[in-house]
Design a protein around this ligand. Structure first.
Ligand code: ZN
Length: 356
């Protein structure tokens, strides 16, 4: 490990606080910050962006499908656009707080959704993949993870359609963009930088003229983006993807202004990248150390997270702990075996008696 994580230069905030929900605030010429409410555990807001764009406006990210956000957007349209239309909706990734209103907005303004191909597809698939009853493969996955019979029984009673309810129907058409392209927005070419691990093909947008980066969920100032294993891809290694693609931001200027989806706009991108890398290094070392004996993933939450988690947080935490375990497995530092009940147990390979 390199220098102590506590010695890393903290981020700096040019704005001490956000404006009220739905009140656009200019953060760079022609780039307006629109904060909207969010009701997720630990997160009460999302930052969306409104960009002046030739004869109209481009929106970057849209908010979850709630009446309140719908009404707040209508207020922005009535009071703020100067009579100009929204001509394009850009989404960094498919998560419902980002793509949730894309369907409504593109229909309301008769404009296109711009997104990477995989994020659009993932959104379409997640929306169509809904069931009255929790599917057996989903329960089987959580049985292997080690959920109790009581927790599994409670899960089995729920329906499997969270995503479809959290979004307005995802646009059936997309204007797909890919890594390395630039998008002309107003007077500037914004470069597309891809990050992976939080979602499949997360788009960030960098304006080299003004040195502004719209980072979505890929780089956040205060919390670390959720990197998790999901039932749909139980053998994935998203932490590897996340850390690999963090280097896509290494070449950006030191004085880049970062516009994240959660938290406040900030400076000190490079110290933040260093912090994120060290944070994950630390978690990996803690886990490897903790798994001296064969260990269920649920038991690792007490060392991975400093406070007690509620049920929803525990599911997210478990998925986050597993992404770290899978990274260690890919490096040969952790070995996974199933116990007699079929529950996965993880053990540091250096600690196994037969490895000595
Ligand atoms: Zn996200």
């Amino acid at each position: 490990m390199t220098a102590d994580i506590k010695s890393i230069t903290p981020v700096e905030y040019p704005h001490a606080e956000a404006a009220a929900f739905g009140q656009p605030q200019e953060v760079s010429p022609g780039v307006f910050w629109v904060r909207m409410p969010l009701e997720l555990t630990g997160l009460n807001h999302i930052n969306l962006w409104l960009l002046r764009d030739g004869p109209g406006w481009s929106i970057v990210d849209t908010g979850m499908n709630t009446d309140r956000i719908h009404d707040l957007w209508e207020g922005v349209f009535a009071d703020f656009l100067g009579g100009l239309p929204v001509t394009r909706v850009i989404c960094t990734h498919f998560h419902p707080d980002h793509m949730g209103q894309a369907g409504w907005l593109t229909r309301r303004w008769d404009c296109a959704l711009w997104a990477t191909h995989r994020e659009w597809l993932q959104g379409r698939v997640a929306e169509l993949d809904q069931h009255e009853r929790m599917p057996e493969w989903y329960l089987k996955y959580f049985r292997q993870v080690g959920l109790s019979e009581a927790a599994l029984a409670a899960m089995a009673k729920q329906s499997y359609r969270y995503f479809a309810a959290a979004v307005t129907p995802i646009p059936p058409q997309v204007h797909a963009v890919r890594e390395g392209q630039s998008i002309r927005i107003g007077e500037h070419d914004w470069q597309i930088i891809i990050g992976r691990g939080h979602s499949p093909e997360h788009m960030c947008l960098f304006n080299p003229d003004t040195k502004v980066l719209i980072s979505g969920d890929q780089i956040l100032p205060k919390i670390t983006p959720h990197i998790g294993i999901h039932a749909s891809e139980p053998e994935a290694n998203p932490l590897q993807l996340y850390l690999d693609t963090l280097s896509n931001f290494d070449h950006l200027p030191d004085d880049t202004l970062v516009l994240p989806a959660h938290g406040l706009p900030f400076y000190n991108l490079h110290p933040r990248l260093a912090y994120l890398r060290q944070h994950h290094d630390q978690r990996l070392a803690i886990l490897e150390d903790y798994c001296a004996q064969p260990t269920k993933v649920l038991s690792t939450l007490r060392v991975m997270f400093s406070r007690r988690l509620n049920d929803f947080e525990a599911l997210l935490g478990m998925s986050e702990a597993m992404s770290h375990l899978h990274y260690l497995m890919a490096q040969g530092r952790i070995i996974r075996e199933a116990n007699d009940d079929g529950v996965w147990l993880y053990q540091a390979s250096s600690r196994r008696a037969d490895a000595a």
